[in-house]
Design a protein around this ligand. Structure first.
Ligand SMILES: NC(=O)c1ccc[n+]([C@@H]2O[C@H](COP(=O)([O-])OP(=O)(O)OC[C@H]3O[C@@H](n4cnc5c(N)ncnc54)[C@H](OP(=O)(O)O)[C@@H]3O)[C@@H](O)[C@H]2O)c1
Length: 275
């Protein structure tokens, strides 16, 4: 019998690529989007496209119920939906900060709460949470985003122990920068909703320019690389918890493994403003 996966944030990027990856691997797939009319793929008997806004508990419960009604069970949930934020914290309206933390941290918590009763009824299940290399090296001018993804990582690792008692496994997929999705564009658009107080202006300009530099070929992960890691995490039988995707994510991990003194020198050389 085919297994069933529910993916959040399937309209673009990693979520959309993951939907196709799971379909190719023979799964039943519940592709969830805030606005399902935006799904443009071909119909498939193993695919249900349905609404799910991770910021809205009623919508999360309805999306999970629709999945169970159609396929009878959910074997794996992929918490992929997320929003980026590149901004000076002091210049960012509280509602934007709340949007980021609510989407990236409370969103997955809502989905997990909604799906757990079904996992328990079935005797188990699997959760794959998409975090970020910001978890390993929090990036400059991404304080709220780093807080949200760092929170999601800590939550995932901590809850994995209690859920193992109910045969529910938790995994994290930690992509580095992937310029091919809508993420950078959305992040830049959200930057337009914040202000840059004058003392930060030159530094912000300098850091923003790093997004415009052409990526070294093959250095950054593609959406297919991330989708492959998500699928690998969904079928893993080794007990592995974390998948880092992209050469930058691996470089970050190596930098983090240095002594605290060496890591401090490394991160300052990468991010600290010239004074
Ligand atoms: N690309 C990167 O560099 C990168 C690196 C590390 C981690 N990530 C993480 O990877 C995940 C996917 O990002 P991506 O790169 O594929 O970017 P993307 O193309 O912008 O996809 C983000 C997805 O999240 C959805 N979403 C946003 N708010 C939502 C909400 N309230 N409810 C449901 N869905 C919502 C978006 O749907 P709408 O179309 O409705 O907005 C979209 O489908 C995110 O969690 C992101 O933080 C990305």
């Amino acid at each position: 019998m085919s297994q069933t996966v529910l993916v959040t944030g399937s309209s673009s990027g990693f979520g959309r690529a993951a939907v196709h990856r799971f379909l190719d691997q023979g799964w039943n797939v519940v592709a969830t989007l805030r606005d399902p009319s935006r799904w443009t793929g071909a119909p498939d008997g193993r695919l249900l496209v349905t609404a799910l806004d991770v910021r809205d508990t009623a919508s999360v419960l309805a999306g999970v119920a629709a999945a169970v009604e159609r396929f009878g069970r959910i074997d794996c949930v992929v918490n992929n939906a997320g929003v980026g934020l590149f901004a000076v914290f002091e210049g960012t309206p509280e509602r934007i900060i709340e949007d980021v933390v609510d989407t990236n941290l409370y969103g997955p918590m809502r989905v997990i709460r909604a799906v757990l009763p079904h996992f328990h009824r079935q005797g188990g299940g699997r959760i794959v949470n998409v975090t970020s290399s910001n978890v390993t090296v929090p990036s400059t001018l991404m304080a709220a985003y780093s807080a949200s993804k760092g929170g999601l990582h800590g939550f995932s690792e901590a809850i994995s122990y209690e859920l193992s008692l109910r045969n529910v496994e938790v995994k994290v997929v930690e992509p580095g920068l992937s310029p091919g999705t809508n993420f950078v564009g959305q992040t830049t658009a959200r930057f337009g909703s914040s202000e840059v107080p004058a003392p930060y202006a030159a530094y912000v300009q300098e850091r923003a320019a790093t997004f415009d530099a052409p990526p070294p070929p093959g250095y950054f992960a593609t959406d297919d690389d991330v989708a492959a890691a998500i699928h690998e995490a969904a079928v893993d039988e080794t007990g592995r918890f974390r998948w880092r995707v992209g050469a930058d994510a691996l470089d970050f991990a190596r930098a983090r493994q240095a002594s605290d003194e060496d890591y401090d020198a490394w991160r300052r050389s990468h991010f600290a403003p010239a004074r």
